[in-house]
Design a protein around this ligand. Structure first.
Ligand code: 5GP
Ligand code: ZN
Length: 119
């Protein structure tokens, strides 16, 4: 795998990007990495993360927001290649909202009926 900008040595997802922790790759390019969630909540459940240590949605700024746009392009491309038309994209921000890994990530879930609002 490739390098990560602003690498945080204590960050689980930075370690996954660097290949220090194994993961099941779904997609990779110079800017982002997608891999299967270790505890899937739907028949399809993968995560897309920037190859930069951005802690959460709350840390998105004009300097790094192009990364978020790129990730959404990747989500559209990868789901299309998988033949998925209906899916949910979730990014939990902060512990009360359910964020457990402080490296920006987008969950992509599909393959079952979903309810709204989420719990
Ligand atoms: P959050 O709870 O922060 O929204 O999402 C973090 C996600 O990372 C969870 O869905 C969790 O299952 C997943 N996760 C945590 N540790 C690992 C790991 O070591 N490998 C993979 N593939 N996923 C992980
Ligand atoms: Zn990180």
């Amino acid at each position: 795998m490739s390098d990560v900008l602003n690498y945080d040595a204590d960050c689980l997802f930075c370690k996954i990007i660097k290949g220090e922790i194994p993961s099941a790759k779904v997609y990779e390019d110079d800017l982002c990495y997608a891999f299967k969630d270790i505890d899937p909540q739907a028949p399809v459940h993968f995560l897309v993360i920037p190859k930069a240590h951005i802690p959460s949605c709350a840390a998105v700024t004009p300097d790094n927001s192009a990364m978020v746009a790129h990730i959404f392009e990747v989500i559209a491309k990868v789901t299309k290649e998988m033949g998925i038309t209906d899916f949910r994209v979730v990014s939990n921000c902060g512990p009360q909202a359910g964020q457990s890994v402080p490296h920006l990530h987008f969950h992509v879930l599909s393959g079952r009926d979903m309810t709204w609002p989420p719990g």
